[in-house]
Design a protein around this ligand. Structure first.
Ligand code: SAH
Length: 214
């Protein structure tokens, strides 16, 4: 696939839209400028094909909505070198944004086909996250604790395993709720046992599913 001046122009336009919507972290905007988003789009459609009809529209909007990626990223307050666990590699676009910002990224995907395809695209773009094919509900205990954990699918509840894999001061960004609309939550671990919860409004995500489908 080619990255042309036309694509670069479209990215500039997108960046201006993100700025208008309140995304002002230059490192996030730089990542959107650098990463050729169109490389990932076929995969996003592929993921929709896996969803049932009820989720198809939501899935399309969620995956292709750059503002959601930018907004979730801003909630993480990434510092270079941070260890970040992403649940739902999907197309791999969000993974690349985190890598571009200098984070050490670990990402889990439960659909084998997406895991395999995103791995190739991410490698072709010269990013080097650790990718796993598995169930995100369990997190990735061998690499815990994490500075932040980013869930990119709608979770019916907040998995205890994910909370427990946060560093003290670490943040879990998670769209919470079953059905077509979720509330964006940020959970901050204040100490071993205390967690603070913030709410950032309504978003649409594909569901976080249990067990492996294939
Ligand atoms: N970050 C992705 C978003 C993909 S949509 C991107 O930038 O494209 C959410 C993804 O979460 C889907 O690929 C879906 O297969 C995956 N997913 C759903 N339940 C999961 C689970 N329990 N563990 C890991 N991934 C899951």
């Amino acid at each position: 696939m080619q990255d042309t001046y036309k694509h670069k122009g479209l990215r500039r336009q997108l960046i201006n839209e993100l700025k208008e919507k309140g995304i002002n972290d230059q490192r996030i905007l730089d990542a959107f400028d650098a990463i050729p988003r169109h490389f990932f789009l076929d995969l996003a459609f592929l993921e929709q094909a896996y969803s049932n009809m009820a989720f198809q529209i939501g899935a399309g909007q969620t995956i292709s909505h750059p503002f959601t990626v930018a907004f979730q990223t801003s909630l993480l307050e990434i510092v270079k070198g941070h260890k970040i666990l992403e649940i739902g590699t999907g197309s791999g676009f969000q993974t690349c944004v985190l890598c571009h910002m200098g984070a050490k990224v670990f990402s889990i995907e439960r659909q084998k086909e997406l895991h395999v395809k995103s791995k190739k695209i991410i490698k072709d773009l010269n990013f080097n996250p650790r990718l796993s094919y598995g169930d995100g509900y369990k997190g990735w205990p061998v690499f815990a604790p994490f500075d932040s954990i980013l869930v990119t699918c709608g979770a019916p509840f907040i998995p205890e395993d994910l909370k427990n894999q946060l560093k003290i001061g670490g943040k879990l960004v998670i769209p919470l709720g079953e059905g077509s609309i979720q509330r964006m939550k940020r959970i901050i671990r204040l100490d071993e046992k205390t967690f603070e919860e913030e709410d950032f409004g309504d978003f649409k995500f594909v569901p976080m599913l249990k067990d492996k489908a294939n």
